[in-house]
Design a protein. Structure first.
Length: 454
């Protein structure tokens, strides 16, 4: 990294950053009381609030949002006439999943092979620390040249929309000239990247009932309708012969124009087993950034352990559908419901419940803020030019902010590059990326302030 005062300051702050990320990761802040106690989220929220107060933020508050979660807000006034920049991250995390698959405790930040491992290290507690590092570096080198608002969400991973609804009810709160969403990531380590598009999402639960109760499979099997078999038929109908997502009425053939994702690199990043084919058609970029993708993320039925020879009377699944830019998530949900009802066999009773939804997002990469970020990343990543890429994941708040503040320039950066393995066991963050992106964000704020003065 090119030597400059901001970069040198960030480098000197990295031990403190590691200590703070260790404290943050220790909170099992899953915003689902069926998985973790609410007190863990409350403790994480209070940690963030205390960190903002320590950096002289004003009006620091824990906002009670409509989904029952808390978002943390604060404002750091800048020079008179300076633009306002909103910095976003979230402190809630995905569940640890199978703890036995973790090489080190999921809620204990552990250094291994040059990376820091722990749930939320990259997604997105690392984003909280990134914002703090950038602001501290500026304060140590002449001051923060813009007014900064910080909003740290408490239920982003659940997709329940608490902060979105709160922002709609209090539109004056997050008004800003530019918004930096610290919840994306570089295309790969060392390649500075802003995310131009996000897929939207809808999350549903489907239940199938066929019998009043379970039946002996020897006495009734062959004629009695099996609820799990019916559910399997339904789930199978959501994919075509090549594995492409196929939902009646939902287009699935759009092509991605821009940075491509070589299949060999994708197989390595996704840790695809040798000899296993990739589902779908088109380029990898088409499949993960430009087309819908359905995933069955959970099934409730008889467990294998302790299974009995009986026909299931009911079964349930949770389905995630990622929706690309250009497709409306609400309309996609209607089409998904209609598809499931149509493809449920044997007139089985089917129940459908929506549990989350968010619209896709497409940024205006021609805005002045992108020029400021490109210049900043050129310094933070010597010899590299900023790239723009898509992201298959969803950040529902982006569309809400774009609707509320159409004049705001929205940029997406972050620590969730492929090696981070977010949402999976052994999530990790590259400390080098944390350092470089903190420098880039600090320099961006300087550049952006100057661009508004010109």
């Amino acid at each position: 990294m090119t030597s400059n005062p901001i970069a040198e300051t960030v480098r000197s702050l990295m031990p403190r950053a590691k200590a703070e990320l260790t404290e943050l990761v220790a909170f099992e802040s899953v915003a689902d009381e069926a998985v973790a106690p609410r007190s863990e989220c409350e403790a994480a929220a209070n940690w963030v609030a205390d960190a903002l107060r320590a950096e002289d933020f004003q009006d620091v508050a824990l906002l009670d949002t409509p989904d029952g979660s808390q978002s943390v807000y604060g404002i750091l006034p800048g020079p008179a006439g300076a633009p306002t920049v909103l910095l976003y991250a979230h402190y809630d995390v995905q569940p640890k999943l199978d703890e036995s698959a973790w090489h080190t405790p999921p809620f204990e930040l552990t250094e291994r092979n040059g990376r820091w491992y722990g749930r939320g290290a990259a997604d997105c507690k690392g984003g909280v620390v990134m914002h703090l590092l950038a602001l501290r570096a500026l304060k140590a080198n002449g001051g923060v040249p813009v007014t900064v608002k910080v909003i740290v969400e408490g239920s982003e991973e659940q997709g329940t929309g608490g902060l979105e609804r709160y922002a709609e009810q209090h539109p004056e709160l997050l008004v800003s000239d530019a918004i930096v969403i610290g919840d994306a990531g570089n295309f790969r380590v060392g390649l500075p990247t802003v995310t131009a598009t996000l897929r939207g999402m809808t999350m549903i639960r489907v239940g199938i009932e066929t019998l009043e109760g379970n039946l002996h499979s020897g006495q009734f099997g062959g004629a009695a309708p099996d609820a799990l078999a019916a559910l399997i038929r339904v789930l199978d109908s959501l994919r075509g012969p090549d594995g492409s997502t196929v939902i009646d009425g939902l287009p699935g053939d759009k092509a991605w124009e821009g940075l491509q994702y070589p299949e060999e690199d994708f197989r390595k990043d996704a840790k695809v087993l040798a000899g296993v084919d990739l589902p779908g058609s088109g380029t990898v970029a088409d499949r993960i950034w430009a087309r819908p993708a359905v995933t069955v993320i959970g099934i409730d039925c008889h467990p294998v352990a302790g299974a009995t020879p009986s026909i299931p009377s009911s079964a349930r699944a949770q389905i995630s559908l990622r929706v690309p830019p250009g497709q409306d998530a609400a309309e996609a949900t209607k089409l998904l419901f209609a598809h499931i009802e149509k493809h449920t066999p044997w007139n089985a009773r089917v129940s459908l419940e929506q549990v989350g939804q968010g619209q896709a997002f497409q940024a205006d990469t021609s805005s002045p803020a992108y020029a400021s970020m490109a210049d900043a990343m050129r310094v933070a990543y010597p010899g590299q030019e900023m790239q723009t890429a898509g992201m298959g994941g969803s950040i529902p708040l982006c569309n809400t902010l774009a609707s509320l503040y159409p004049e705001s320039e929205i940029l997406l950066i972050g620590l969730s590059e492929p090696e981070a393995q977010i949402h999976a066991p052994n999530e990790s963050v590259s400390p080098e990326e944390l350092e470089r992106l903190s420098v880039a964000e600090a320099l961006f704020l300087v550049n952006y302030a100057r661009s508004k003065q010109a």
